[in-house]
Design a protein around this ligand. Structure first.
Ligand SMILES: Cc1cc2nc3c(=O)[nH]c(=O)nc-3n(C[C@H](O)[C@H](O)[C@H](O)COP(=O)(O)O)c2cc1C
Length: 241
């Protein structure tokens, strides 16, 4: 099993990184199979800001990838079975680094490249907005196509969860166990997409199910992968995974 994790914090001794590492440790301890993982923090990637040129939507590539090497990171994401996105709450939402990471993958929000993968979101906060931030991140990982395994929220001040024995010795191992169970269920094709994913799939399908010829990368992607012929996201997963 391969895990890819991104943590949108630049802080040394990042709280979010600590929680993400605990989740990965929990999965390694619980899993019977070899677990390989890559963890990238914001400092490692130094991503360029999206410039809004829309080349990704229209032509299928990002003009900035060559500049900052994000294409290599994307390849790692596509090879992973589990994707973890972690962010601190800054001013009530995801960090700027996390947002840039998402902006640079905006075209993937239309292509479901993470079908068959599990998605995990991890948010740390002093005391507030962790739930809302996790909701935003959950929608993103579901829109990329992954099955949302869990959204982990951890406050560091009020209350101090990050140092609490209950969080570390009970909550994290429970999450790890449920993630391993989901991986086994995924292998038995038992996972059902969320209502949001089904609606989102049908809305996008309407956009791309057209008879006209257009020089558009997204349309070509949907056609070449045969997405158009499926009547639901469940059908797509059952046939492609
Ligand atoms: C600029 C800034 C803004 C923050 N905004 C919030 C906030 O709106 N709500 C909150 O509960 N915590 C807020 N925090 C606290 C962080 O979310 C918290 O310390 C987090 O665990 C930091 O994670 P990191 O160590 O991975 O960067 C803020 C911290 C900073 C530095």
């Amino acid at each position: 099993m391969r895990i890819f994790a991104y943590v949108g914090s630049r802080r040394h001794n990042s709280n979010t990184l600590k929680v993400v590492k605990s989740v990965i440790d929990g999965i390694v301890k619980t899993s019977k199979e070899l677990v390989e993982y890559d963890v990238f923090v914001a400092e490692d990637l130094k991503l360029e800001f999206c410039i809004g040129c829309a080349m990704c939507f229209n032509k299928g590539f990002c003009v900035l990838d060559e500049k900052d090497g994000f294409d290599e990171i994307k390849k790692k994401m596509l090879l992973a079975d589990v994707i973890i996105i972690g962010s601190p709450v800054l001013a009530g939402t995801v960090s700027g680094d996390t947002k840039v990471f998402i902006d640079r993958l905006a075209y993937w929000l239309h292509l479901f490249p993470f079908y068959g993968k599990l998605g995990i979101t991890v948010v740390t906060a002093s005391c507030n907005s962790a739930k809302e931030t996790n909701m935003y991140l959950s929608k993103i990982v579901e829109s990329w196509g992954s099955h949302l395994a869990c959204s982990i929220a951890c406050t560091v001040d009020m209350p101090n969860m990050i140092d609490s024995p209950i969080f570390n010795n009970e909550t994290i191992p429970k999450y790890a166990e449920s993630i391993i169970n989901l991986i086994e269920r995924k292998r038995r094709s038992e996972l059902v997409p969320s209502q949001y994913q089904e609606k989102y799939f049908l809305a996008l399908k309407q956009t791309y199910d057209v008879d006209i010829e257009l020089d558009n990368a997204e349309l070509k992607y949907w056609r070449s992968r045969g997405y158009i012929k499926f009547n639901s996201y469940k059908e797509l997963i059952d046939n492609i995974c």
